[in-house]
Structures are given as structure tokens and as C-alpha cells.
Design a protein around this ligand. Structure first.
Ligand code: AMP
Ligand code: ZN
Ligand code: ZN
Length: 416
């Protein structure tokens, strides 16, 4: 259910490092520490204990970490990144899948730059950088999903589009320059940066592979660069750093792939989205046949009419959700026939499975003046990150699905 969160007008000094001395009646209100939100795409929660991320472990030791953060349904990249910065379930913000099709807008694909930059896909939510800019403060984004489109007319003042060819050290240098407030010395209130390396290795080699662990070491080293740079310029202890992932990663064995024809003939239903949360649109006049072929439990998946999906997924009301949704069992994928033929031998990895599965749990680590030290948090839903962000930044929250109390457990001094 969407509930209206009232503006957090009076931030407690407990959240603000700059509150060390109380403001006099004539002094301007203190500026909250910058919030730096980093995403490590596809990092499964238990990987934090794998010994491959000394810098994340340091942040956790000096701050807080969660045993796991539940992604929203479907556990895919774009839906969950947009949830993290809006507090809305995908069904409510409208990025209901990485692959969508509507009569009005046509196809949405991650590889289609025009689609990714078309505000019409994103307008169902207001990402936090837009709210920060609206409030008259600065923000900066390195390729967070949604950041390339002007949403409700606004984008982060400083931003870069998604470009896999930009090496991590270069990205981190840019983030550091943003944190310093260059070139006008006005620090942004909110900076977000995204890293795809762990997800890519996870898909190709699976989450138990040495390559997945090596990608984590690579990304962790980038986090280390940031920490070193922030230590050198003195900003580390005046920044609230939050590191998240969007979902985990599960192993897909060699032969665990279906093609759409294994499920229903294309003359009966058109496939809208491949993968693990698989959408079908019945062909005109073929609704009953499509339902007969698809609905119910099958050997490796289960399908529902969109209105009958399990309530715990909060999914199926949005017009962009296809009429029939099939959820693959953990470790099973639906791919195109050519993808199945070209598949390299051995295990690979996927996500998009039931958000309740241990393999889908995401990461949450946070360090800074607002956060408790050395504390392990119980699992929570990723919609709860947004009200924490607005509270730390000191701006009103938009209507959202998060619980502002859920992350009180993370704070150094929870509000009284
Ligand atoms: P997926 O694993 O299908 O959920 O999507 C993750 C992939 O999306 C990453 O490995 C990136 O290659 C790609 N990606 C991430 N951000 C963007 C973006 N802003 N624009 C286009 N592609 C992106
Ligand atoms: Zn992802
Ligand atoms: Zn992925």
C-alpha cells in the first residue's frame, strides 16, 4: 500500500555532524553531510563474508550492515534500482521489468538508449536526485538507472551516462571530484554511482565461480580508492556512505534453460519478457487458450493471471505488467532459441527469482556520522532505503511504500 510520508521538517541533530554546536537564532540551518549511494549490481548478501571485500568489511565494521536486504519483485536491475531511489515497488513506479512493451510507448530495452532516456517510462516515480534538485540543492549521478532521462523536467546537475568502457578508477575520481564540490565548491547533498562488474561476472560464470569473486575484489578495490580519497581530503567522516546491491545471484546449470515454445505456442501468446519473470500477452481472441496452456504449476515454473499473483510480491496492478506472468523456479531461465544454442558449457548465473530466496538477498552496508558502529541489522525490504535517504538528506519524502521506522535500527541515535 502507498502511504504518504510527512516531510521530515525537523531533523534531529543526532543525524547531522554539523550539529555539533547548536545553531543560534540567526545562524543558517546546518548542512547535512552528503549522502553517497553506491550500487554494486548483482552482489549477493552472503558474499560480504567471502573474504573478497576488505573495504566493504571495513565500512561494515565502522558502520552497519544487514544480513540481507529483500529486493522487490521482480528481482531485476532496473526495477530495483528505481525502487531504491523512489521507495516505490516496481508495480507503483512503472519500471515493472527490464524489458517492457506497451501500445503507447513500444519496447523498453536496456540496450535501447532512446528508450532508457525517454522520461515517459520513468514518470511514475520521482527519484531522489530530482527531489534534491527541486529543493534547490545539488546532486550527481554516475549512470544510476533513470538518471539519463529528465524526469518531471529535472536531472542531476552533474551526471554521466552509462558507459561500461569507463574504468573504475576513472569513475571513482569523478565521484571524488563531485564530493569535493568542484568546480564551485558547493557540495552536492546526494551522489549516486553504479558498478556493473559483479553482475556481469555472475551471469557469465555463476555466483560460485572464481570470476564472480574476482569481480567483487575489483569493485571492492574501487570502494577502497574512494575511502582513501575521502580520507585524504577530510570528507570521510562527514559523509554518509551507503553501499547497496539490487539483488543477489543464483546458479543456472547447463541444461536448465527453456525456450518460449516449451511453454506456449507463439500463435497463442506473445512473449514480452524473457528470463525468470516471464510475461506473456495472449494473441487477440486467444486468452482462453493461453490461460489453458500456461496458468498453474509446471515442472520448472508457475504462471498466474496478473491479478492473481501472490500478494507478497505487490505486483500485477500496473498496466505495463503483461496479462500472464510466469515465475521460473530458482536456477531456471527462459531464453531465445539462438541463446540456448550458443550457450557456453558450464554453470552460469541469473537473478529475477522469488525475492524471498536466500540467493536473491541484496547487500546493505552504511557508514558515516548518522550510522551506528559495528551493528548487524536484521533483513528489511529495499523500499525502506528511500525514507532513510530523504531523512539523511533533509528533504521531504514523496509518497512511497517504505517504512521510515525500518532503518531506525541503523542509526547512531534513532529519533526519540
Ligand atoms: P540485468 O542483469 O539484465 O538485470 O541488467 C544488468 C545489466 O544492465 C548490467 O550488467 C549492465 O550491462 C546493464 N546496465 C546497467 N545500467 C545501465 C544503463 N543505465 N543503461 C543501459 N544498460 C545498463
Ligand atoms: Zn542487477
Ligand atoms: Zn544481472
Amino acid at each position: 500500500m502507498i502511504s504518504i510520508r510527512l516531510p521530515v521538517a525537523a531533523l534531529t541533530c543526532a543525524l547531522l555532524a554539523a550539529c555539533a554546536s547548536s545553531p543560534t537564532p540567526h545562524s543558517p540551518p546546518p548542512t547535512p553531510p552528503t549522502v553517497l549511494l553506491l550500487s554494486i549490481d548483482g552482489l549477493r548478501a552472503d558474499m560480504l563474508d567471502s573474504g573478497n571485500s576488505p573495504n566493504l568489511s571495513r565500512l561494515a565494521r565502522e558502520g552497519v550492515r544487514s544480513v540481507g536486504m529483500r529486493p522487490s519483485y521482480p528481482s531485476l536491475t532496473f526495477p530495483n534500482h528505481y525502487t531504491l531511489v523512489t521507495g516505490l515497488r516496481p508495480d507503483h513506479h512503472g519500471l515493472v521489468h527490464n524489458a517492457m512493451n506497451t501500445d503507447e510507448l513500444g519496447d523498453f530495452r536496456l540496450s535501447d538508449r532512446d528508450a532508457v532516456r525517454n522520461p515517459a517510462w520513468w514518470e511514475g516515480g520521482e527519484p531522489i536526485w530530482v527531489s534534491v534538485e527541486k529543493a534547490g540543492y545539488k546532486s550527481a549521478t554516475w549512470s544510476w538507472p533513470g538518471s539519463e532521462a529528465p524526469i518531471r523536467g529535472l536531472q542531476a546537475q552533474q551526471r554521466r551516462p552509462f558507459d561500461e568502457n569507463v574504468p573504475l578508477p576513472e569513475r571513482m575520481q569523478l565521484v571524488l571530484s563531485w564530493l569535493e564540490g568542484a568546480p564551485d565548491a558547493v557540495k552536492p547533498r546526494f551522489v549516486a554511482a553504479y558498478m556493473e562488474h559483479v553482475d556481469k561476472a555472475g551471469h557469465k560464470y555463476g555466483p560460485d565461480s572464481p570470476e564472480y569473486a574476482a569481480a567483487l575484489r575489483q569493485v571492492d578495490a574501487a570502494v577502497g580508492m574512494l575511502i582513501d580519497g575521502m580520507t585524504a581530503d577530510g570528507s570521510l567522516d562527514n559523509t554518509n556512505i551507503i553501499v547497496v546491491s539490487d539483488h543477489g545471484m543464483a546458479t543456472v546449470k547447463q541444461d536448465q534453460q527453456l525456450i518460449p515454445d516449451d511453454m506456449v505456442a507463439p500463435e497463442i501468446a506473445r512473449i514480452i519478457s524473457f528470463g525468470q519473470s516471464v510475461g506473456f500477452a495472449p494473441q487477440p481472441g486467444k486468452q482462453a487458450e493461453a490461460e489453458k496452456a500456461l496458468l498453474g504449476r509446471h515442472a520448472h515454473y508457475e504462471c498466474w493471471n496478473k491479478a492473481q499473483l501472490p500478494p507478497r510480491w505487490h505486483y500485477g496492478q500496473n498496466p505495463r505488467v503483461p496479462a500472464i506472468v510466469c515465475q521460473m523456479d530458482e536456477g531456471w531461465d527462459v531464453v531465445t532459441p539462438s541463446m540456448r544454442t550458443k550457450r557456453t558449457p558450464g554453470n552460469s548465473g541469473s537473478h529475477g527469482y522469488d525475492p524471498a530466496l536466500p540467493s536473491m538477498q541484496a547487500v546493505f552496508v552504511a557508514r558515516g556520522p548518522a550510522f551506528a558502529q559495528g551493528k548487524q541489522l536484521t533483513a528489511f525490504d529495499n523500499v525502506d532505503v528511500y525514507p532513510l535517504l530523504t531523512r539523511l538528506i533533509g528533504i521531504p519524502a514523496q509518497p512511497n511504500d517504505g517504512d521510515p521506522k525500518a532503518l531506525e535500527q541503523a542509526l547512531r541515535e534513532p529519533s526519540k
